[in-house]
Design a binder for this molecule. Sequence first.
Ligand SMILES: C[S@@+](CC[C@H](N)C(=O)[O-])C[C@H]1O[C@@H](n2cnc3c(N)ncnc32)[C@H](O)[C@@H]1O
Length: 320
Amino acid sequence: MLGEVLEYLDPKPGEKFMDCTLGGGGYTAALAERVGKKGLVAAFDLDNLAIEHARKRFEKNNNIKIIHGNFKDLHKIMAAGESAEIAARADSEIPEVPVFSGIVFDLGLSSAQLEDRRRGFSFQLDAPLDMAFGQRTENAKRTTEYIVNRYPASELARILREYGEERFAGRIARAIVQARKEGEIKSTGELVNIIGGSVPAVYRHNKKIHFATRAFQALRIATNDELGNLENALPQAVRILKRGGRIAVVSYHSLEDRIVKNFFKTESRNCVCPAEIPVCQCGHKAVLKIITKKTVLPAAEEVAANPRARSAKMRVAEKI
Ligand SMILES: C[S@@+](CC[C@H](N)C(=O)[O-])C[C@H]1O[C@@H](n2cnc3c(N)ncnc32)[C@H](O)[C@@H]1O
């Protein structure tokens, strides 16, 4: 969706942008090229490897500031002076004066993470059960291993159903609970076998989508609290955006898209009182104008070149 992101954010020389999901650095590099030497791109990622890789890749780019952190703490990190350099170069005090002309979120996981053999994102590689974007120890009760081995069946089923839209959530959850009576489930390979053994044969042999896809997605979302992070980050992003600046969010999951859609909708209204209240009591003021009435989808060529892009959806709003 890079082409679409650039079209809607329209970066110009000298402007400042924030890429909340640096990943392999594709968006950051394109933004940096457009804003030029006098501009700035602040790029966030939680992932150590993404940060290490970007530090090397952008070693000579003085207009890129790489920040290792969770975008749910966007405002705190900016205010804490991790980015004092940005504040100085922006001739303003972050966070009081908004400085960014555009902010982008390209959610989910990167290809590098998916293909990393040491991590448990892929059901095709046998690895320890760890789907954390950041440090594994961030929240001891939310590691994939903890969720799989300790959560009650009902909670496991909810995660699989809600975050994975998994039809066989109940069956898989019960099979996991049954299997762990024999001993801890330690690897993605074991988990794939348990899932495979619990779903009907037609589902197991489905050629279009691997039977473990939805369960793995659900566990990743739960491990990283991906929906909570997004909900927390959006209002903070608007705070540091200039008037006329734009926020673009590329999501890959209907729940993420719903969060973005509802946030944009609420923040583009002057009153959010329930319909039955005749006179406004909330005093809510619109801060955004919705730019994309419908989601923007990737072009057919992009989907052909990168099948993972098929579920991408972008929404854009402008600060007023
Ligand atoms: C789809 S990739 C981004 C790809 C990127 N646009 C590129 O051009 O390579 C998403 C990235 O966001 C990071 N990420 C996910 N949640 C995050 C969070 N809460 N805070 C910071 N980074 C996060 C992941 O670690 C991953 O590297």
